[in-house]
Design a protein around this ligand. Structure first.
Ligand code: HEC
Ligand code: HEC
Ligand SMILES: [Cu+2]
Length: 410
């Protein structure tokens, strides 16, 4: 089969069968009707037949019965297989037996929300599981249609109404999602994918393991540094960690004594290769070398600790993800090309002409402007663009807007 044409959902076979049967029946009837027509054109043309041959043709009972009964049976059959295929497709699995995903179709992107609240811009589901889609569009949006050709499913997505679909994919893979209802400028780009993955990968997707960044305290404790070093200034087996950075120290290098500054490079050497420079008053071969024991990131955390920089280890919201699940990327690009809206590339600090209260003015884009542009876009309109961006006032909270602005700065 052609790629992308193959049906992979549990009911695809049923639907394909119906499709082919209806087409074959049509083809059969087409050939009989058109074939008979050509035969008659030939046989009864003026050259080959006399008018009296056809003058008195009366009805033919058996022929009439045949052309009434056979098409009736065929039509009943088409009705039956059609109903049978539709029934399976339109009988939704029960909520507790299926994975329920909320689908939002908006100008011009798709957003998916899973049972645990996670959102994504591509639909990810496990293989061989019933998936139920509860679909709608924002109230200020327009009609769309959710279409996955490989699953043989298509259904309108309507502002303020709920429509439903279900499927069960029997194959892993990546399948196209299209919008099948013409919805304006970027309709053709309103595409996404269904990623059908294993159950384990799906669970990983739903609850990704967050790699929590270790704090300096954790690293120093885990590697046993605190067994030999204090942090309060009192010397122990080794010098105290308090106020080391950028201070001077007398060290012995290859038997020679000299004074060095404890800069970043010194500290790194002192951790990885402690016997190279030994501070006065301490002996070599006590501290083990830690080369390779710390990742680059951990080393940086330890150095920052010596510098007195406190690292923020709380996980940050990802502005890029927030932009894609909220549909910003449906109207804005990140590569410099204008789309339905201005591109995000180089937006911070860019000069732009805006229209506010009917007046055109040039401004330089700053954080405050961006915040207003996202939360209440019709307040100031970028010149030459339509007033179509939905307000995100009630959609995004302050942290999310902050994360997007942080992302736009890059
Ligand atoms: C077994 C005890 C021991 C352990 C464990 C240990 N150190 Fe040391 N450390 C020492 C001694 C002794 C010195 C001084 C002699 C030397 O430089 O080898 C020292 C020196 C240092 C210095 C240079 C201090 C100065 O005054 O310039 C730094 C920095 C340092 N250690 C960091 C660490 C870190 C980070 C760890 C954990 C990854 C660690 N040490 C683990 C014993 C230890
Ligand atoms: C339906 C399409 C659409 C969507 C969705 C959309 N925007 Fe817009 N956006 C526009 C258009 C059109 C403009 C220009 C007209 C205006 O200022 O409202 C614009 C303007 C902007 C501006 C000002 C740009 C400039 O050059 O001054 C920013 C910033 C912005 N959008 C951010 C976002 C963010 C963030 C999201 C997602 C949370 C988003 N947009 C979603 C269409 C959209
Ligand atoms: Cu659409």
């Amino acid at each position: 089969m052609l790629e992308g044409i193959e049906g992979v959902s549990s009911f695809a076979e049923n639907i394909d069968y119906t499709f082919w049967m209806v087409n074959l029946i049509c083809l059969f009837l087409f050939i009989i009707t058109i074939g008979a027509m050509f035969i008659f054109i030939y046989k009864y043309s003026e050259k080959r037949s006399k008018l009296k041959d056809t003058e008195n043709i009366k009805h033919n009972l058996s022929l009439e019965i045949a052309w009434t009964v056979i098409p009736t049976i065929l039509l009943m059959y088409v009705f039956y297989i059609g109903l049978d295929a539709l029934k399976v497709q339109r009988t939704m699995p029960e909520d507790n037996k299926a994975i329920v995903v909320k689908v939002t179709g908006m100008k011009w992107s798709w957003s998916f929300e899973y049972e645990n609240g996670k959102k994504s811009s591509e639909l990810t589901v496990p293989v061989n599981k019933d998936i139920k889609l509860i679909m709608t569009a924002p109230i200020n949006d327009i009609l769309h249609a959710f279409f996955v050709p490989s699953f043989r499913i298509k259904e309108d997505v309507i502002p303020g109404q709920i429509t439903k679909l279900w499927f069960n994919s029997e194959k892993k893979g990546k399948f196209d999602i299209l919008c099948a209802e013409y919805c304006g400028t970027r309709h053709a780009y309103m595409r996404s994918y269904v990623n059908v993955v294993s159950q384990e990968n799906f669970e990983e997707f739903l609850n990704p393991k967050v790699v929590v960044k270790k704090t300096a305290d954790e690293i120093l404790n885990q590697l046993g540094c605190i067994g030999c070093h204090t942090t309060d200034g009192t010397p122990s087996v080794g010098p105290s960690f308090k106020d080391l950075y950028n201070t001077e120290v007398k060290v012995t290098v290859n038997g020679e004594t000299k004074t060095v500054k404890r800069d970043e490079a010194y500290l790194k050497r002192a951790i990885e290769d402690p016997n190279y420079e030994v501070p006065e008053g301490y002996t070599a071969n006590v501290m083990p070398g830690f080369k390779g024991a710390l990742t680059d990131e951990e080393m940086q955390t330890v150095i920052n600790y010596f510098k007195g920089i406190e690292e923020d280890t709380t996980p940050k919201l990802n502005g890029e993800d927030i932009s894609s699940v909220n549909g910003c990327i449906g109207c804005h690009t990140t590569d410099g090309t204008p789309s339905a809206g201005p591109t995000f590339k180089g937006i911070m600090g860019r000069k732009t002409e805006i229209i506010r209260d009917g007046k055109t003015m040039e401004i330089t884009i700053d954080e405050e402007y961006l915040r207003k542009a996202i939360v209440d876009p019709s307040y100031e309109l970028v010149k030459d663009y339509a007033n179509i961006m939905p307000p995100f006032k009630d959609v995004l909270n302050k942290d999310e807007v902050d994360a997007i602005i942080e992302y736009l700065k890059k």
